[in-house]
Design a protein around this ligand. Structure first.
Ligand code: ADP
Ligand code: MG
Length: 259
């Protein structure tokens, strides 16, 4: 197995009385594609936010390339960049695609506008959306908005190469898309993983079976605050684990409590 890139050790997080993550250990290895699955409300988005450094855990430790992170991402310097693709594409409706993708560079860098435009266009090319920079989000399909949000997650300041994301976190990237638009997104996630011969890591939260199969190498199943099962995609297909069988079959009968 490759080197660990991100490690969560004994991470817990509660919201009020609701213990969402309960002593969770999780590792994302260099170059791997980790799928995180589980019923709604089990803390999948929360765990991504903890990995991204957007939510602080109540207990536990987080290591990025072996370096312990203290506090949130703005407080410290993780040795590698982490990019997040939010569950809703979360674009600003009143900004153009170019302004959305280049948002952080326009706001926080001194890079000239013409150079930002070039950087944005490179990323739009990468996600197969050349030439749409002047459009507004409302003029795009759901799948296109998703791809714009991918471009935004991978755009970075060329003067700060350490900020370029080595890990991408995708929160339900195919939710609400039709099967063909989902396939486009799944293929793109795989393409973005390996650019310039280097394979980055990513973690992907999804409900959709096709997306699990096509985008994950290894899968963990999260339920009731814990990692209940983990294994490869092949093992996922074959396991007799009652939680996994119920989840994949969508049955209301089984150990998963139907709320
Ligand atoms: P999932 O992504 O698996 O559907 P979430 O991580 O979004 O689950 O949420 C897990 C639980 O934590 C849910 O019960 C949700 O209501 C709760 N939760 C998430 N974020 C917050 C928050 N900021 N404040 C209060 N409760 C939250
Ligand atoms: Mg979620």
């Amino acid at each position: 197995m490759n080197e660990p890139l991100i490690e969560l050790k004994g991470v817990s997080k509660s919201f009020g009385d609701n213990k969402v993550l309960d002593n969770v250990d999780l590792t994302i290895y260099q170059g791997e594609a980790l799928g995180i699955i589980g019923p709604s409300g089990t803390g999948k988005s929360t765990i991504l936010r903890v990995i991204a450094g957007l939510t602080a855990p109540d207990a536990g430790e987080i290591y990025v390339q072996g370096v312990r992170r203290e506090g949130l991402i703005e407080d410290g310097a993780d040795p590698v960049g982490i990019g997040m693709v939010f569950q809703q594409a979360a674009l600003f409706d009143s900004l153009t695609v170019e302004q959305n993708v280049g948002f952080l560079l326009y706001q926080y860098s001194k890079i000239p506008r013409s150079r930002i435009r070039e950087l944005v266009n490179e990323k739009l090319d990468m996600v197969g959306l050349s030439g749409i920079g002047s459009r507004y989000p409302s003029e795009l399909s759901g799948g296109m908005r998703k791809r714009v949000s991918f471009a935004r997650a991978v755009v970075s300041n060329p003067d700060k190469p350490q900020d370029a994301p080595a890990v991408l976190l995708y929160d339900e990237p195919t939710a609400g898309l039709d099967p063909i638009a989902s396939t486009v997104i799944e293929d793109l996630i795989r393409q973005l993983q390996c650019t310039q011969g280097v394979c980055a890591s990513y973690a992907i939260v999804t409900h959709q079976e096709s997306t699990i199969r096509r985008t994950a190498d290894r899968v963990i199943f999260l339920y009731q605050g814990k990692v209940q099962w983990q294994g490869s995609i092949d093992e996922l297909e074959k396991t007799e684990h009652p939680l996994i069988k119920q989840f994949l079959s969508g049955s209301v009968h089984g150990p998963i409590h139907v709320g």
